[in-house]
Design a protein around this ligand. Structure first.
Ligand code: ZN
Length: 176
């Protein structure tokens, strides 16, 4: 990343075994800026406003390992703005808010699969931030409950199951 510069970025999340990974591309050049592990809690927080908890991180859960010394994410009406101190550089990445929200919600949906129920949650995995998969699903519920905009989008992605969060994964799997 060249500093000081403001890049227009796009975000794409994918599940990689026990991990959530995020690829950030420079929309101007098409180049991949980062393809790293993602902490889902601050990622969800970034959909609601400001967070300075690191989103991009190392597989071990320590962002500094992957070169991320400081990260902030803030939101305006149409944009999500990441401020990064990456290795020796400072940089800014602007995302279109709509596309960013869609990418995160689509990613969260991918991760809410039944298989998590039976998995251990070692450090560094997507669910390492949560005591168990139900807590993860509850945090998605909380996110959606705090934003009519996000919950409307979620409805478009998912068949919303009846009942508690424990049933969400089953219902989503059936709906796929
Ligand atoms: Zn590490």
């Amino acid at each position: 990343m060249e500093a000081p510069s403001i890049l227009h970025g796009s975000l794409c999340l994918r599940r990689d075994g026990n991990y959530c990974r995020g690829c950030v591309r420079d929309e101007g050049t098409g180049k991949t800026l980062f393809d790293e592990y993602v902490a889902t809690k601050p990622l969800m927080d970034s959909l609601l406003g400001f967070t300075d908890e690191p989103i991009m991180t190392c597989s071990c859960g320590e962002p500094g390992c992957a070169g991320f010394w400081h990260q902030e994410s803030s939101m305006s009406e149409n944009r999500v703005h990441w401020l990064l101190h990456y290795k020796k550089e400072n940089g800014d990445i602007l995302f279109e808010r709509d596309a960013y929200e869609n990418a995160v919600l689509a990613g969260l949906r991918q991760f809410m699969e039944k298989t998590w129920e039976d998995m251990a949650f070692p450090s560094g995995t997507i669910l390492a931030e949560y005591p168990d998969s139900t807590a993860f699903v509850q945090s998605v519920d909380t996110l959606l409950s705090r934003s009519p905009r996000l919950s409307a989008k979620w409805e478009a992605f998912c068949i919303r199951p009846q009942g508690g969060p424990g049933r969400r994964m089953d219902a989503i799997m059936e709906g796929l």
